[in-house]
Design a protein around this ligand. Structure first.
Ligand code: NCD
Ligand code: ZN
Ligand code: ZN
Length: 333
């Protein structure tokens, strides 16, 4: 059996900088026609100048591939002039609550106090991308943040808001309540629950923010994904950290999946008899929701097994050493 995908897009991706960028960016560009590049570097990408520098870095690291980086700015109190200067070079602005996740110390302390910036973004047509977690109890953070999503979606009905990497049934249900809310979901949150992270021996390579939740949450995410809910997009949140930062006390948050995303999804969608919806989930929904036009590529997958490497350089992927029943056979452009 084979599956052919056209211009797959990863709508939430971390590629870092320097040697890590050179290692991981090609692992995405070899399969994907484009990706939304997250801005949580140290220091963050929060000036137009830094945005241009980072764009050229990502382009350099992916040259030779038919790959379009869709850039983001790190949310802060921007002026109208700054937003105007950035608008044509970004797909959106990514908001991190301060301290919620990796490299987010420069994030926002009081989200709803940023009204003037949201108002300008709405007027300028710049989408808002959000890491939606409060500082409450770890399992409840996303569900609590749903109140903030409601408030933002109501106050700014023309602001397009992406709930990034959703992990709860509650967030899934918001998609049908507010016209201007859409979401990304990661492959790993369709497959694992908190049990896989911490139910047996602790698995640091599955530890990420937001943390994987309960079976009923996974079920809601899976159902919405398998039917390619029109407001849901693949966003892998592939987030590489060197092995020493993961296999350590104070383990860094982030799951590295870039090279195995499409085989994982093919296996999952075929197992549930939903392979006909994979194209919409990995590309068409994102193209429609963001109005982007990535390079035309064709990816051919077959159910020939692949062995997941023990590591890529210093980075250990999800399910290192295991095998998947699907693999990428050919990419053409
Ligand atoms: C991401 C990272 O490492 O940059 N980590 C994560 O656990 N998801 C940040 C993020 O997307 O929240
Ligand atoms: Zn995040
Ligand atoms: Zn992320």
């Amino acid at each position: 059996m084979e599956i052919t995908l056209h211009s797959p897009l990863d709508m939430h991706l971390h590629v870092r900088q320097d040697a890590m960028l050179d290692l991981v960016a090609p692992l995405t560009a070899q399969h994907f026609a484009g990706a939304v590049i997250m801005p949580n570097l140290l220091p963050p990408v929060d000036t137009v100048e830094r945005l241009h520098w980072y764009t050229s870095e990502v382009r350099r690291a992916t040259s030779g591939y038919a790959f379009e980086p869709f850039m983001t700015l790190f949310f802060r109190d921007y002026s109208h002039e700054e937003l105007l200067a950035a608008r044509d070079h970004i797909i959106g602005i990514k908001l991190y609550p301060a301290g919620a996740t990796t490299n987010s110390d420069a994030g926002v302390r009081e989200v709803l106090a940023m009204d003037h910036v949201f108002g300008m973004m709405q007027e300028l047509g710049i989408p808002l991308l959000v890491h939606g977690e409060t500082h409450g109890f770890v399992m409840d953070r996303e569900a609590e943040f749903c109140e903030v999503y409601r408030e933002l979606a109501t106050r700014y009905p023309r602001l397009r808001i992406t709930m990034e990497h959703i992990t709860t049934a509650k967030a899934v249900s918001l998609l049908d309540e507010f016209e201007n809310l859409r979401a990304t979901v990661t492959p790993h949150h369709l497959i694992i629950t908190l049990d896989d992270v911490a139910g047996g021996l602790l698995n640091p390579h599955l530890f990420c923010k937001p943390i994987a939740k309960r079976p009923e949450d996974r079920q809601a995410l899976l159902e919405a994904s398998l039917k390619a809910h029109p407001k849901l997009m693949l966003g892998s949140d592939s987030a590489p950290h060197p092995r020493h930062a993961k296999e350590a006390p104070g383990c860094a948050a982030g799951v590295f999946t870039a090279p195995i995303i499409l085989p994982m999804l093919a296996e999952l969608f075929v197992r549930h008899g939903a392979e006909q919806n994979l194209q919409a989930f990995v590309s068409d929904n994102a193209r429609r929701l963001y109005g982007v036009n990535p390079p035309a590529t064709t990816v051919r997958l077959a159910n020939d097994p692949m062995q997941i490497p023990a590591s890529y350089g210093q980075v250990v992927p999800m399910w290192a050493g295991r095998s998947l029943s699907w693999s990428v056979k050919e990419v053409t452009c």
